[in-house]
Ligand binder design. Structure first.
Ligand code: DOR
Ligand code: ZN
Length: 332
């Protein structure tokens, strides 16, 4: 079984020691990834994009891997600024203020007129907008409540490609076919777990993330579009490493670390669900290439049906399914 140029269209690589420790987990198996900008401070100037990309390239060493860089969305960006940075970035990432890790400088209110200059400039420059779509409402309803904002943005900026990041609900899936300019990424953990896995028994901090995993009917809706490789959905792991002490603590940080096992889990899932391998290829690469208009570096990953014992940690970061066996391994 082989996958060509797998892409992770939503990845947190962090910075400093964490970046050094985990970058290879993605670079060894993926051909490229969209790199999230929620550092402290967030990546928001051309200089910061270039410097961060250089640190990523250093951390991945000899691996063939393209980091597709993003800027942290601010309504103050004008067309001159965006034109000057266009060649260095693949997208902008919009966070509602305070919604998740390092998002304090994000957007509040979602006033279309306030956002108009930046979003119109992005449309004209053909820069996609990636969105963390959650309100500050009740935790299970945050994403569904955000649908009205997606509708408003999609209608007001019909030429802007809007990527609904890490969707977790049927309500988001339903939007895909209603608005031509809405697309989505889906994680592997949201295809595999529901809230029951996180909090239905003993609390599982390593499965706690934002948006929180939802109901079985929501997961089924996600599975339907992922397994059929709906042309508007792409794989984005949202692999979000935190040190073990930050997860196994009172006040657990949000994020599931899946980078080193994502392709193995996807292969197992598509096999178990009898989905054709061509669909997996489209979900992990082809769809993203078309949506973003990118041509990733050539890379072939061979997966073999041989149990893989997931390590208990990768340099102090605990992965999903730590110390458990999964069905597929990556052939070295
Ligand atoms: O669970 C999450 N962790 N969700 C996000 O949106 C951010 C991420 C992180 O950066 O830790
Ligand atoms: Zn994320």
């Amino acid at each position: 079984m082989q996958l060509n140029a797998p892409l992770d269209m939503h990845l947190h690589l962090r910075d400093g020691e964490m970046l050094e420790n985990i970058a290879k987990c993605s670079a060894e198996t993926f051909s490229g990834a969209i790199i999230m900008p929620n550092l402290v401070p967030p990546v928001s100037t051309k200089e910061e994009v270039l410097a961060y990309k250089a640190r990523i390239m250093k951390a991945i060493g000899e691996e063939t891997f393209e980091p597709y860089m993003t800027l942290f969305f601010k309504p103050s960006y004008d067309k001159d600024f965006l034109s000057s940075v266009r060649d260095e970035i693949t997208a902008l990432k919009l966070y509602p203020a305070g919604i998740t890790t390092n998002s304090e400088g994000g957007v509040s209110g979602f006033d279309v007129e306030e956002l108009r200059p930046t979003l119109e400039a992005m449309s004209e420059l053909n820069i996609p907008l990636c969105v963390h779509g959650e309100t500050n409402g009740f935790v299970m309803d945050r994403e569904a409540e955000f649908a009205s904002i997606y509708k408003r943005l999609a209608t007001a900026f019909p030429k802007l490609k809007i990527i609904m990041e890490h969707i977790t609900t049927k309500s988001s899936v339903d939007l895909l076919d209603k608005f031509e300019n809405l697309y989505a990424t889906i994680t592997i953990h949201h295809l595999l777990i529901t809230l029951d896995d996180v909090a239905g028994g003993m609390l599982k901090p390593h499965l706690f993330c934002k948006p929180i995993a939802k109901r079985p009917a929501d997961r089924d809706a996600l599975l339907k579009v992922a397994l059929s490789a709906h042309p508007k959905v792409m794989f984005g792991s949202d692999s979000a490493p935190h040190p073990k002490h930050a997860k196994e603590s009172c006040g657990c940080a949000a994020g599931v670390f899946t980078a080193p096992i994502a392709l193995q889990l996807l292969t197992e899932l598509f096999e178990n669900q009898n989905a054709p391998i061509e669909n997996l290829q489209a979900f992990v690469s082809g769809n993203a290439q078309k949506i973003y208009g990118i041509t990733p570096p050539v890379k072939t990953i061979v997966l073999e049906k041989r149990p893989f014992h997931v390590p208990s940690d990768y340099n102090g970061v605990v992965p999903m399914y730590a110390d458990e066996k999964i069905a597929y391994s990556i052939k070295k």
